[in-house]
Design a protein around this ligand. Sequence first.
Ligand SMILES: [Zn+2]
Length: 357
Amino acid sequence: MQQFDKLINYEVISPLIREGFERLPHALLFAGPSGVGKRDLAENLALALLCEAITTKNHACGQCAACRWMATGTHPDFRRITLDEAVSDESVTEASAGEAAVEKTADKTKKSKSRNIGIDQIRALEDFVFVGSHRSARRVILISEAELMTIAAANSLLKILEEPPASVYFILITNNQKNLLPTLRSRARVILFPHPDHPTATQWLSQAGLDDKAARYLARAGGAPMRVLQWKKNDQLAAIDALVDSLASSITDPLVLASRWEALLKSKNDKPFLMEDLVEGIQCWLFDLALAQATGEVHYHVGWPQPSHVKSPDPHLLLKAWRDINTFRRNARHPLNPLLFLESLAIHYLRALKPAA
Ligand SMILES: [Zn+2]
């Protein structure tokens, strides 16, 4: 576990923590764009709240029973509510239809991931919140993607927040606080997480092992350092490099381009580079081509190879391709035929590079 105060954007919550936890609000809402460190700080705050041998700087000790349980995900006074645990209504019906137990187990793998955090997940917290704690006095509930709670779930949470026991802390995380119920927002102390400034984030990433490549990956991630760190952890940096190489190359045959992209998607690591990552990368590239045409600057590819072979592309064509590729992005999760999908993508991309007539 990293030192709490070495995390990116720590200064956003440090005023709350410096004083100790006695005056910490019982419901916190961490809001801001993705990739700026909300989750890391929330996890570390939860850890510090539960640690049984907190340091003088309010860091978790990393060694007590509570810290060890948190490390293995088994602390009895900690609950995590995420979309991953949510099961879509459809599959609940399937599972309760009374099939043989064996069939149910087989069925589990088919269950679709829900798009929402459901009321059952929140109701399941009631016992946890209103029955006493197992260890220290405190209990912590971390809710990720809080904006994806259904209205019923959010209302159920509101009820709990009306009279929370003194020792219970809720940390809600959202990338899109506008989609949260306003009543819920008003019940929580909203902590806004900005994009950290460029020099700070670059330095932070350099120290996290990105070295002299920190600045360019940060640009490619739209200024979100945690996103870069995720790419590094997932071993996806090489795929990102290779995608930019392919886009900056002078390949004009869509089949050749598509087969290069196909190779990127076939890496064998645990967190492969996905079709949607690829489509997003192409969109960022097209965005920059259009921006460069209009202003002479780029946003996502500062410090990356530039496409020397593209001579004065037509801005209208670029924008049209950018929009067309938006529809590809929607279908990128489950293309019927991945290679055909890539070829069509390559055709759209190459068409955008034609010089203005
Ligand atoms: Zn500890």
